[in-house]
Design a protein around this ligand. Structure first.
Ligand SMILES: NC(=O)c1ccc[n+]([C@@H]2O[C@H](COP(=O)([O-])OP(=O)(O)OC[C@H]3O[C@@H](n4cnc5c(N)ncnc54)[C@H](OP(=O)(O)O)[C@@H]3O)[C@@H](O)[C@H]2O)c1
Length: 305
């Protein structure tokens, strides 16, 4: 619990802003203000929006200036496309005493540009990546933090219940990890969409599909990434061919095989590198050794994808 704690200003009072604020107020954080300037809610706010904020003890400010001047830590929780604009709007009022924490899911390059903007004011910048869902986890949602302000952000919020994991001092690292996570998480979502649509169209019940159940529950995907990559690289050509059949089958059932063909494309590329010939004693189960060779081959002119 933080009694008093740092003064927090939240720019963008949507799902993340509201739920983070609600959790932190529940922990006893004394000062939480918010500013919202979107398509639906903007100053002067509606009575309903003011009451929505007041209901959890949050005061809405009329301007960014008022929010920044009254805060120690500024959280940016707008939308990714507005992240840079938000840093630009806040920067004239920032000082070296502030921490500016950009929690928007932007690219590493966008975070670097945001850092450059606030750095002109001597402000420490935090590249923050929300890894859970604040709508259910509130302020306890895991946040990866990198950049020059990451340690200070972690320390300032100690005792608040926030789950801040400092990744590095380099802006962009947290954003990149979020993107890598999205490749897996959103890739899985897209895979489920495509595979279950196919089951549905074929008139099969997923309940009869024990193989899928076993694979998902026992996959230990990350722990086994090395062996899986090595095995995939060895059998990429055959698997790409199988995925072409999968694509044809889906089309026959009226399902657009977006994920299946993306998988086929990735495997075909991998097969074209002929990785096994670079490992006469068998592919290593260490993924780094595999990608060192891939990197070398791409450097020698093999296609990148
Ligand atoms: N939701 C999640 O679980 C989650 C997880 C990881 C990362 N994130 C990231 O967190 C950020 C916020 O997500 P969210 O789910 O809270 O989105 P959201 O519900 O759409 O909330 C964004 C809020 O920002 C306001 N806004 C938009 N542009 C603004 C601007 N220029 N200045 C001030 N306020 C502005 C919007 O106002 P209007 O509604 O009036 O347009 C809205 O209230 C996003 O960048 C997202 O990528 C979210």
């Amino acid at each position: 619990m933080v009694s008093d704690g740092p003064k927090l200003g939240i720019i963008g009072f949507g799902e993340v802003g509201y739920h983070m604020a609600r959790g932190l107020k529940g922990e006893g954080l004394g000062w939480v203000v918010a500013f919202n300037n979107g398509n639906r809610n903007r100053p002067p706010y509606s009575d309903a929006f003011r009451e929505y904020a007041a209901g959890i003890g949050v005061v809405l400010t009329a301007t960014v200036e008022e929010l920044v001047r009254g805060s120690d830590i500024v959280l940016s929780t707008v939308v990714p496309t507005a992240a840079l604009e938000t840093a630009r709007e806040a920067s004239p009022y920032l000082t070296s005493a502030h921490l500016f924490v950009d929690l928007n899911s932007c690219s590493p390059e966008a975070k670097e540009q945001g850092r450059d903007l606030v750095l002109t004011r001597g402000t420490r910048y935090v590249d923050g990546a929300i890894m859970d869902r604040p709508v259910s986890d509130e302020h306890r949602a895991c946040i990866f933090a990198s950049g020059e302000g990451a340690e200070a952000f972690h320390d300032a919020m100690a005792g608040s219940g926030m789950n801040i994991r400092v990744i590095s001092g380099r802006v962009g690292d947290a954003a990149l990890l979020k993107m890598i996570y999205s490749i897996i998480a959103k890739g899985m979502q897209a895979l489920l969409l495509e595979s279950f649509e196919t089951l549905y169209r074929a008139g099969l019940d997923p309940g009869v599909y024990d193989g899928l159940n076993n694979m998902v529950s026992q996959s230990g995907l990350l722990e086994r990434a090395g062996p899986i990559i090595a095995h995939t690289a060895t059998h990429a050509g055959r698997r790409a061919g199988e995925m072409e059949f999968v694509g044809d089958t889906l089309l026959r059932l009226g399902v657009e095989p977006t994920m299946a063909m993306a998988t086929a494309k990735r495997l075909t590329w991998c097969a074209g590198l002929d990785l096994p010939q670079h490992f006469p004693n068998g592919l290593p189960s260490n993924y780094k050794a595999v990608f060192e060779v891939v990197n070398k081959l791409v450097g020698e002119g093999q296609p990148r994808n």
